[in-house]
Design a protein around this ligand. Structure first.
Ligand SMILES: NC(=O)c1ccc[n+]([C@@H]2O[C@H](COP(=O)([O-])OP(=O)(O)OC[C@H]3O[C@@H](n4cnc5c(N)ncnc54)[C@H](OP(=O)(O)O)[C@@H]3O)[C@@H](O)[C@H]2O)c1
Length: 320
């Protein structure tokens, strides 16, 4: 089968499309013919080994898995003896943030991992694009005591995480203000944002409004800058550690703070986030934003685009 292969942590230029033998499914595994996968920010970490902490999970000195890829949507073509919940021919999708080797024509996946039947109301491309950013969005928002009518500001509504967060918050009837560039203002309004701030025209930290939560989904701002936007007991959440890991330290100190607080949630079991995502997909409440589609052979180009930090939502890789 064709696969995207590298044996060292590297830049996209050194990622090669090569041939690997077809994986044989183990007793608890399914063999999936991949119809669509994505290149996402997690893939960039798995490819480059940066930030260094990711190597604790993907291999300290070199990648444990030569084939890249963390998510997939496809059709089961074979299965192990112990697999009872899936049948050959089922459409499935799944994600694993430490690497799945899914940038390939076929992938063997343990059914103990986060893999579910693909909802019929979405395409393979949409299913593959439903997972990575949404998984993080779920965990960043999960511990907030959200009430209908609460107000939240999301910095970065066109990121994979920010865009999934916008749609999830609509599910909870939370009032969302979001930032993005001019071209996407109408798109985000159509996805349910109450107000969209064009960051090319206005600095969101200077608006004269207050929110229950500020979620910096692109990690480009700080608690200090966003503090005036928060109500007296408001909470700041960021997707990034911030300068000198300040968001993690502020989150640790937050129980001692009387007023405004910082949360820095860590994502864990994907089965839990995927269950939530799957329900929203089934209900038609979440449709992932898809930016560009690349042919599998052009996957290095897709990586370059994702690493540029300019993708809008998700980048899909398709196979003939
Ligand atoms: N803590 C964790 O566990 C964790 C896990 C995964 C990712 N992350 C981090 O979370 C961040 C977001 O990830 P992602 O996958 O959502 O990223 P992404 O999809 O690559 O986000 C890129 C998008 O953000 C927009 N953007 C960039 N700067 C902006 C700004 N100042 N204001 C408004 N929009 C801005 C870009 O739009 P323009 O082109 O218009 O600027 C682009 O559409 C990344 O920094 C990533 O490293 C954290």
């Amino acid at each position: 089968m064709k696969a995207a292969i590298r044996y060292e942590y590297c830049t996209p230029d050194l990622l090669e499309i090569g041939r690997m033998s077809l994986p044989r499914p183990g007793n608890d595994e399914i063999l999936v013919k991949v119809k669509a996968t994505t290149v996402n920010r997690t893939d960039c970490g798995v490819l480059t080994g940066k930030p260094w902490a990711i190597r604790l999970f993907t291999g300290l000195f070199k990648p444990v898995r030569p084939i890249t890829g963390t998510d997939f949507a496809g059709i089961i073509v074979d299965k192990g003896d112990n697999v009872a919940q899936f049948e050959i021919g089922d459409d499935v999708y799944g994600f694993f943030d430490q690497g799945l080797s899914s940038h390939a024509e076929y992938v063997a996946v343990s059914t103990k991992k986060a893999v579910l039947k693909k909802p019929e109301n979405v395409t393979f491309e949409q299913a593959a694009a439903s997972l990575e950013g949404s998984h993080y969005a779920f965990y960043f928002l999960k511990d907030l005591k959200l009430n209908a009518g609460d107000r939240i500001l999301i910095n970065g509504g066109t990121g994979a995480i920010g865009n999934a967060a916008l749609q999830f918050l609509k599910h909870f009837n939370v009032r969302v203000t979001v930032t993005c560039e001019t071209e996407f203002v109408e798109v985000l309004k159509s996805q349910g944002a109450e107000r969209v701030i064009d960051y090319q025209k206005e600095d969101f930290t200077t608006i004269n409004e207050q929110f229950d939560y500020v979620f910096d989904a692109v990690g480009k701002s700080s608690f200090e800058k966003c503090k005036p936007l928060l109500k007296s007991k408001g909470i700041y959440i960021s997707s990034e550690l911030g300068k000198n890991w300040q968001n993690a330290f502020l989150a640790l100190l937050s129980p001692l703070m009387l007023g405004k607080k910082v949360k820095f949630p860590l994502p864990y079991t994907i089965k839990r986030s995927m269950k939530f995502i799957n329900e929203l997909v089934l209900n038609g409440e979440f449709i992932p934003l898809i930016d560009r589609r690349y042919k599998f052979e052009d996957i290095a180009e897709a990586y370059h685009y994702v690493l540029s930090g300019q993708k809008k939502g998700n980048i899909v890789i398709t196979f003939d």
